[in-house]
Design a protein around this ligand. Structure first.
Ligand SMILES: C[S@@+](CC[C@H](N)C(=O)[O-])C[C@H]1O[C@@H](n2cnc3c(N)ncnc32)[C@H](O)[C@@H]1O
Length: 448
């Protein structure tokens, strides 16, 4: 694929992300699977698409200094300018003159001479004068918002929750890449052996401190290895791996995973159960429930029974006090996984957060009676929103006096969490910047 075609494909993906609010990772995966992108270009395509979308608001701030405010420009032209400026400012892989040349060619072919001249003028001015200095922005929330491309309402909200320093670190982490991590299927092979095999294939890897099954891939493409293709390792973020680790699971138990698709944590729990016992996994959507069964089959785990159900109606399917362990990995705003899914920061609003917190509490209150006395329930989300995390935990404890926060949860956490900034009496908020993971929240209740 020529450079021109590659840039045009990148522009197409970015436009679809903007127009349909489509999931960036799904669009990129789809494009890479068409086989039209050369292996050597895959990294560049991913980098420009993610980078441009991640830094959309920063790039607009730069561009607005060079575009007359009265001038209306079509969304595709703005996107073309954004991806060009992203490459000029944040990447050093292609010289500026080549970036400008390709952008002008696209503008000419898709638009007309006038658009090509505008694109040429704006990009050449930026090349000559450089981008505006954000140090001049006086208001600190606005400055964080522009420098890290987050909506200002979100930055203000996080500053009110966590203070300016944590907010800035979090926003900065959200625009960086993190290392991919995988989980080993321990019933098939040991982590040590997988590390040996991956290292022999030239990858740079290290054991995760979050989970005895986790491996961090510092360099190399694990997705192309047979270990991945054969289901011996699966992709999972380290903070997600913490859930099964902290559920104090034993083989032979009866376990409920109330919001389970696509089954990352359910399969991890089944592995911890050594595929002995019973794990009921539910999801609201039938299609998604099928993904859980598929994942269980891929990993040769036979104890998972996956079905479609609303977690708020599980009392119709199961008896009171029938489970040793329950996991509520609740639907949430996803504001902890912005790094991998940048569209989330632009699409969510405060009303979504409030509504989600209501659903999360409803789910918890409904499944609580299904837990045996002395049983454990983990509540987790992939968000950094206090309303959805500590807020829900506090409301749940108020309405369910039979439940307490299990203090052993804190002593059983892996080393490194002793002074973690997000640790409170109600659970553990993992920030994306602390361990270079997804932002995640989890806590463990015990039924008295
Ligand atoms: C955070 S995801 C779960 C991820 C999963 N535990 C894993 O590790 O792969 C939340 C899931 O809850 C499902 N969901 C949303 N509302 C639900 C409800 N009322 N009952 C059951 N599942 C629900 C969503 O479809 C989504 O798949």
């Amino acid at each position: 694929m020529s450079n021109y075609r590659l840039r045009k494909t990148i522009l197409d993906i970015l436009e679809r992300m903007e127009k349909d609010g489509s999931y960036s990772h799904l669009l990129i995966d789809h494009e890479l699977k068409t086989g039209k992108i050369k292996a050597k270009d895959e990294g560049l395509l991913t980098e420009i698409v993610y980078g441009t979308f991640q830094r959309k608001l920063t790039l607009d701030y730069y561009l607005d200094a060079f575009i007359e405010s009265r001038k209306k420009i079509a969304p595709w032209v703005r996107m073309l300018l954004r991806m060009s400026v992203y490459q000029m400012v944040f990447l050093d892989k292609v010289p500026d003159h080549a970036i400008i040349h390709e952008a002008v060619e696209i503008a000419k072919t898709r638009g007309n001479k006038g658009i090509a001249s505008l694109v040429n003028g704006v990009l050449r001015s930026i090349q000559r004068k450089g981008v505006p200095d954000t140090a001049n922005i006086k208001n600190s929330a606005e400055r964080i918002a522009i420098e890290t491309s987050h909506p200002e309402w979100l930055v203000n909200r996080w500053i009110a929750m966590y203070g300016e320093q944590i907010t800035r670190e979090m926003c900065e982490a959200n625009v960086t890449r993190k290392a991919l991590t995988v989980r080993v299927q321990p019933l098939k092979i040991s982590r040590q052996e997988v590390i040996r095999l991956l290292t022999a294939q030239g990858l740079e890897v290290r054991p995760s401190v979050f989970s005895s099954q986790g491996i961090v891939i510092d360099k190399g493409n694990v997705l192309k290895t047979d270990l991945f293709k054969e289901g011996i390792v699966t992709i999972q973020d380290q903070s997600s791996m913490l859930v099964a680790e902290m559920l104090a699971i034993k083989p032979g138990m009866e376990v409920l995973d109330a919001c389970s698709a696509p089954g990352g944590k359910a399969t991890h729990i089944a592995e911890k159960m050594q595929n002995k016992g019973m794990l009921y996994a539910y999801d609201l959507h039938a299609k998604k429930a099928k993904l859980i069964s598929q994942k269980a089959r891929d990993l040769d785990l036979t104890i998972i029974v996956a079905n479609e159900a609303d977690a708020r109606k599980l009392q119709e399917l199961h008896e009171i006090e029938s489970f040793d362990r329950i996991l509520v990995d609740a639907p949430c705003s996803g504001l902890g996984v912005i790094r991998g899914k940048p569209e989330i920061k632009y699409n969510k609003n405060a009303t979504d957060i409030k509504r989600l917190a209501e659903i999360q509490l409803e789910i918890l209150l409904h499944v609580a009676p299904l837990l045996k006395k002395d049983g454990l329930l983990i509540y987790s989300t992939c968000t950094v929103e206090q309303t959805e995390n500590e807020g829900v935990v506090k409301s749940f404890l108020q309405q369910q006096p039979d439940f307490i926060i299990d203090q052993r949860f804190f002593t059983e956490l892996p080393a490194g969490f002793e002074h973690s900034p997000g640790r409170t009496e109600n659970g553990l908020q993992i920030f994306p910047q602390t361990f270079q993971t997804d932002g995640f929240f989890l806590t463990r209740f015990r039924k008295k």
